[in-house]
Design a protein around this ligand. Structure first.
Ligand code: PLP
Length: 454
């Protein structure tokens, strides 16, 4: 079978399994552009529409069931409809969801976070990781009086304009420290505002920070590049960034929206660093929309509404009672033991996926840490955006559909996320199905011309 025939066969099998999703997608095309309202959940030929989530299981509107290794892009650390979180939501919903006034829960969740994360003296809440990042950057600019930020190539920090530079710049990006805005419609002048440096390249980062210290408000970094494929920072990289930013009086913003789940005090605890500001989101909302940002009290003081010239951070649903209640319940459930358990399952998963690649003789690297994993189809080690982007990325388009067929729901870009309702059987199932799916798409996985199918 040619690669074209194989990909066509995969797509028709998907269509046969999901006729209701196809019909609903066609209807969605009338009222939603491209039938879509969230870029990251769209995939070709159309996404399966879900009807139900329970624990680590999902069911689509055609009745197909899946083990959920996406967890709403890592945010559902306790799976769907966890009884404890559900009870907290139900109790709070009956008391009101958003009161247009502060509630005690905001103090409780702020205390829970500041107790867990050493560098967080104070926090504020928002409705998404995007807003957390926006406000952290704003705080850094307000505090330092400087305009520019430095971010990593391949770093994803949500959809605030200043974060939308060189997330996935593709082949032939401009020379560092210039970046490439992600698409049309972004604020003009972004290239001057946002400087770019490669992840895990400390020498280059040091050089850019030193050269631009007079205009640089902050360096923003994820402890693990998430969207670029779960690529962990090398300890000396994060440690070195901490040193150079401190030396130059530039703030360090650690974006833990995705990595907070890796340890009780977030990934920064694992790396032993104390950033000036931290952004949070995803799991701290117990499955509801959330963001938070915080750090040094002297920096966060710029939001103090009693001060003249304070930085405003309004938001109709900031710190709404429902999210706070769900988030508090989720954090209470995310004990040291729970984190250790999912991290171990993640270790087993990564080892099993890597063994599968070796057994089939398919060049590939499984990256990640703790409960997070990503499969890259490439020969060499993956330590930054470019080494990941040099891999064979298109195979995931087909592998993803085959995995869906086999009841494994993963990120279409190739990430697997472990949640607390999972145990060994789910991990074994994912490894086994990955092996069978990979055997099925093997000609696509090893075909260098695959990009032609994109
Ligand atoms: C590291 C990181 N920062 C920020 C964001 C943006 O969060 P949100 O999607 O809640 O706006 C994400 C989302 O995936 C993320 O992974």
């Amino acid at each position: 079978m040619s690669t074209e025939q194989l990909s066509a066969a995969i797509e028709s099998a998907y269509r046969r399994r999901t006729p209701r999703s196809e019909a609903l997608y066609r209807r969605a095309l009338q009222s939603l552009p491209g039938g879509d309202s969230r870029t990251s959940v769209f995939y070709q030929p159309y996404p399966a529409f879900m009807s139900r989530g329970q624990g680590c299981r999902l069911e689509d509107i055609d009745g197909n069931t899946y083990i959920d290794f996406l967890g709403n892009y890592t945010s559902l650390v306790h799976g769907h409809a966890h009884p404890g979180i559900l009870a907290a939501i139900q109790t709070q919903a009956a008391l009101g969801t958003a009161h247009g006034a502060p509630v005690e829960l905001q103090v409780l969740l702020a205390e829970a976070l500041t107790k867990r994360v050493k560098s967080l003296a104070q926090v504020r809440f928002a409705n998404s990781g995007t807003e957390a990042v926006l406000n952290a950057i704003r705080a850094a600019r307000a505090f330092t009086g400087r305009p520019r930020i430095l971010k990593m190539e391949g770093g994803y920090h949500g959809t605030y304009d200043a974060a939308e530079v060189s997330v996935d710049p593709g082949a032939d990006p401009p020379a560092f420290p210039l970046g490439r805005p992600e698409g049309p419609g972004l604020s003009p002048g972004l290239t001057g505002e946002v400087l770019i440096t490669p992840f895990n390249d400390l020498d280059r980062a040091r050089d850019v920070v030193r050269r631009h210290r007079a205009e640089l408000a902050a360096v923003i970094v994820e402890p693990m590049l998430g969207a670029a494929g779960m690529i962990p920072a090398e300890p000396e990289f994060l440690g070195g960034l901490r040193e150079i930013t401190r030396e130059c009086g530039v703030l360090l913003i650690c974006d833990e929206v995705l990595t907070f789940r890796l340890a009780f005090g977030g990934a920064q605890e694992l790396f032993g660093i104390e950033p000036d500001l931290t952004t949070l989101g995803k799991i701290i909302g117990g499955g509801l929309p959330v963001g938070a940002f915080g750090g040094r009290a002297d920096i966060m003081a710029c939001f103090d509404p009693r001060r003249s010239g304070f930085v405003g951070q309004a938001g109709t649903f900031n710190a709404n009672a429902l999210t706070l209640a769900a988030g508090l319940a989720a954090l209470e459930l995310l004990t040291h033991d729970a984190i250790t358990r999912i991290n171990r399952l993640g270790d087993t998963l990564r080892a099993g996926l890597q063994d599968t690649l070796s057994r089939l003789g398919i060049p590939g690297q499984v990256t990640g840490a703790g409960s997070l994993a990503h499969v890259h189809f490439c020969e060499g080690p993956v330590r930054d955006y470019r080494s990941a982007a040099a891999g064979q990325r298109t195979v995931w388009r087909w592998l993803h559909l085959v995995l869906l067929h086999r009841g494994i729901f993963v990120a279409p870009r190739g990430s697997f996320v472990v949640s607390t309702p999972m145990a060994e059987p789910e991990i074994r199932a994912a490894i086994a199905q990955f092996g069978d799916a990979l055997a099925e798409v093997q000609p696509l996985a090893v075909a260098p011309a695959l990009t032609a199918l994109a």
